[in-house]
Write a protein that binds this ligand. Structure first.
Ligand code: ZN
Length: 86
């Protein structure tokens, strides 16, 4: 992401000569998501990356994603298991 930004600023630094178009280059841009999905859009940069897309966002998948990397839910259930026993 930072690399693309650097490219952008580099391009912006080039002052257009008289008679040249000031419009930035509008090219096909391949966007890659953290989930592995890729899609094409048109942008001024040829490559970009995103953290979440329509293929993996819970709003579009309809599935609630439970991020439980440390097993917090299991730890909670273990801690309060004695109160559930009758
Ligand atoms: Zn995605």
């Amino acid at each position: 992401m930072a690399k693309e930004k650097a490219e952008k600023t580099e391009k912006a630094a080039e002052a257009p000569k008289k008679g040249e178009s000031k419009h930035p280059n509008y090219v096909k841009c391949v966007v890659s998501c953290a989930c592995g999905n890729t899609f094409e859009v048109y942008s001024t940069v040829p490559k970009s990356s995103v953290g979440i897309c329509s293929k993996c966002h819970p709003f579009f998948t309809g599935k609630q994603k439970l991020v439980d990397t440390e097993g917090r839910v299991d730890a909670f259930n273990r801690k309060y298991a004695k109160y559930n026993q009758k």
